[in-house]
Design a protein around this ligand. Structure first.
Ligand SMILES: Cc1cc2nc3c(=O)[nH]c(=O)nc-3n(C[C@H](O)[C@H](O)[C@H](O)COP(=O)(O)OP(=O)(O)OC[C@H]3O[C@@H](n4cnc5c(N)ncnc54)[C@H](O)[C@@H]3O)c2cc1C
Length: 604
């Protein structure tokens, strides 16, 4: 008995879909859940998995046809079974059945992601190519199934996933410990410092909650010892997971020596060649210097240096108000430094929603920080005990003499001297070009994380690693939708966002609606003494779909997870509004913002 393949309903308000491509030809074998055809609807583009295993007996609607949901578009049955006449559609408006199609031509590798520096996330994910790994990477006499160069959150997570899937995998790391920027010089140590900073602020305000304590004393060496302890625990956790999943951690500098070969040079100069079916380039990024203020490690620092600085400077100028710069500015403000945050663009956290940037600037100024936007640094002159910086804001020039200048204006991908020339790979603005499943144009070589032009974030590198490995294993995969990846800044107050900003949604042509709820009206935020900021929801008025959620305020970086689920599930604001949230919690503000998109919120 043949199984009918139907046009699925991809959302409550979706009535039809256009078949953009059949991924399997008539007469070809198909596995259950194997991607069968691609569709495009008003709301989403998707790959539709096969409902059964068997032979594709017939295609009733060719690529390019738009058909109503629930209409039968094809049939799957056993070998030798006949398709019979095209079945009558079960949907309200049946379409004429088309002649069976020939098998589709082998899918080409999907187009590469545009080579722009990822200050802003790419507009949308690219389409996934059909599975090609078997053809691209023939089984052979290799030492490994996969060799990964770099053990940051892209490389080490990919290694663990590969181990879990039974692949023989090696992860090569030039640093003494595994974990990359994220574990040693990024996410983990900065969040440890931010936690100490938050505690200092809380203790300063303890009297507001009826707890009498004196002015807190910051023992900066102990703050750093706590930070190092957390970093070490995280790094040894990675080693344990490597052991558990039989990942071979290889210490040394890795260079591609061919499409199936990686040469590793150990610290003592000895060399070893690892042959492999697949290669993954996960070499990450390093801080970028600027010409007018090259870092010197003493007065002009980058983010690596400042994490090692075990003292609290009297004054600091932070150049660059992206997430990294703003977080350090927040830490040192809490620790008692005189902080000036300088941004070349018209607003701080420039990729966030404009209202969030404005609110954050207001809050940071309220904390006593000096914030200068639309300001360029034109000169930095180090001297004994500090650095004199010259700043230009429009026609106005000013000077600040500070103990430290922190340059946090971006990062450079590590793609030099890793043997790209040996495999014919080139870069654009330093980035490797990849398709929707992280393959480079050499199909058995994948790249991800900070070496590709997607947002510089650990969770994105990890998600890309898992996607790449699952693609190698020919599992049914979906390209990441970069419109649904969260972005967080852990300063005080925190910022968390996912999806389109109000301006981006308008740019994309949506009929945009907005709902906003202030933490001032949240009982839990008042209990915490943090009743500032808001939740803002951006929606498409046509279908009421949630397009973006932007939070500034207490625990925004945790609260944003709910919004990620809502976007992933393509929820409407009405569905979010009707979702019962516990009281009293900060998450009620998310529900109330959903109310605000459709009418007045309850508590406002
Ligand atoms: C100060 C700071 C704070 C950050 N905070 C956050 C945050 O809170 N949340 C977030 O999501 N992201 C954060 N990031 C960004 C995040 O750290 C990066 O996006 C992420 O680490 C990228 O992961 P990756 O695997 O691509 O590369 P990396 O983490 O950079 O790892 C690459 C690894 O490859 C190794 N390597 C390079 N070349 C070779 C070679 N030839 N042979 C062997 N090994 C090699 C390097 O030594 C390194 O260990 C932060 C970054 C910084 C700088």
């Amino acid at each position: 008995m043949a199984t009918e393949v139907v046009m699925p309903q991809m959302g409550e308000s979706i009535a039809e879909g256009t078949i953009t491509k059949w991924l399997v030809g008539v007469g070809e074998k198909v596995e259950r859940d194997q991607p069968l055809f691609e569709i495009s609807t008003d709301k989403v583009d998707a790959e539709i998995p096969s409902p059964a295993a068997g032979i594709l007996l017939a295609i009733h609607n060719a690529a390019g046809e738009t058909v109503p949901v629930n209409k039968v578009v094809g049939l799957i049955g056993a070998a030798g079974e006949t398709a019979g006449a095209a079945p009558a559609a079960s949907a309200p408006a049946p379409q004429p059945a088309s002649a069976p199609m020939a098998a589709p031509a082998p899918a080409a590798v999907a187009p590469a992601v545009a080579a722009t520096a990822p200050a802003a996330p790419p507009a949308a994910a690219v389409a996934a190519p059909a599975h090609v790994p078997a053809a691209a990477a023939p089984e052979g006499e290799f030492d490994y199934d996969l060799v990964i160069v770099g053990s940051g959150p892209g490389g080490y997570v990919a290694a663990i996933r590969a181990g879990q899937l039974g692949m023989k995998v090696a992860c090569v790391e030039k640093d003494p410990k595994f974990g990359g920027t994220c574990t040693h010089r990024g996410c983990i140590p900065t969040k440890a410092l931010l936690h100490s900073a938050e505690l200092v602020d809380q203790i300063r305000h303890a009297g507001d909650f009826g707890i009498a304590v004196g002015e807190p004393a910051i023992e900066i060496e102990k703050v750093h010892a706590y930070k190092r302890g957390i970093v070490d625990k995280s790094a040894s956790g990675i080693e344990s997971l490597f052991k558990k999943y039989k990942v071979e951690g290889v210490r040394g500098y890795g260079r591609l020596n061919g499409a199936h070969s990686v040469e590793v040079t150990a610290a003592d100069g000895s060399r070893r060649t690892l042959t492999t079916r697949f290669v993954m380039i996960a070499t990450g990024s390093v801080p970028r210097d600027i010409r007018v203020a090259p870092s010197n490690g003493t007065t002009i620092l980058n983010s690596d240096h400042i994490l090692e600085m075990e003292r609290i400077p009297k004054s600091i100028v932070v150049l660059g108000a992206g997430a990294v710069g703003t977080e350090f500015a927040s830490v040192f403000k809490s620790f008692g430094s005189d902080v000036t945050l300088v941004e070349m663009l018209p607003r701080i956290l420039p990729i966030e929603d404009e209202e969030v940037s404005k609110e954050l600037e207001r809050q940071l100024k309220k904390r006593g920080m000096k914030v200068m936007t639309a300001t360029q640094l034109t000169k930095a002159e180090p001297h004994d005990g500090g650095v004199k910086v010259t700043l230009k804001q429009g026609d106005k020039e000013s000077e600040i003499d500070a103990e430290i200048l922190l340059v946090a204006v971006g990062r450079a991908p590590v793609t030099e001297d890793i043997g790209l020339d040996k495999v014919g790979l080139t870069t654009e603005k330093g980035y490797l070009q990849i398709n929707g499943v992280m393959q480079t144009k050499v199909p058995n070589i994948y790249a991800l994380g900070d070496v590709v032009p997607t947002p510089w974030l650990a969770h994105i590198a990890s998600a890309e690693g898992i996607l790449a490995v699952e693609h190698m294993k020919a599992m049914a995969v979906h390209p990441l939708n970069y419109d649904r990846t969260p972005s967080c800044t852990y300063c005080e107050p925190e910022v968390g966002s996912v999806g389109l900003t109000e301006a981006k949604a308008k740019e994309r042509g949506y009929d945009v609606g907005v709902g906003k709820f202030s933490f001032m009206a949240s009982g839990k935020a008042r209990i915490l003494g943090k009743a500032q900021g808001f939740v803002k929801i951006v929606r498409d008025k046509k279908y009421d779909e949630i397009l973006g959620v932007h939070i500034i305020g207490p625990h925004a970086t945790d609260l944003i997870a709910e919004a990620c689920v809502a976007l992933q599930a393509e929820m409407t604001t009405e569905e979010l509004m009707h979702t019962i949230h516990a009281h009293p919690t900060l998450s009620e503000a998310v529900m109330e913002a959903a109310h605000a998109t459709l009418g007045p919120p309850i508590h406002s």
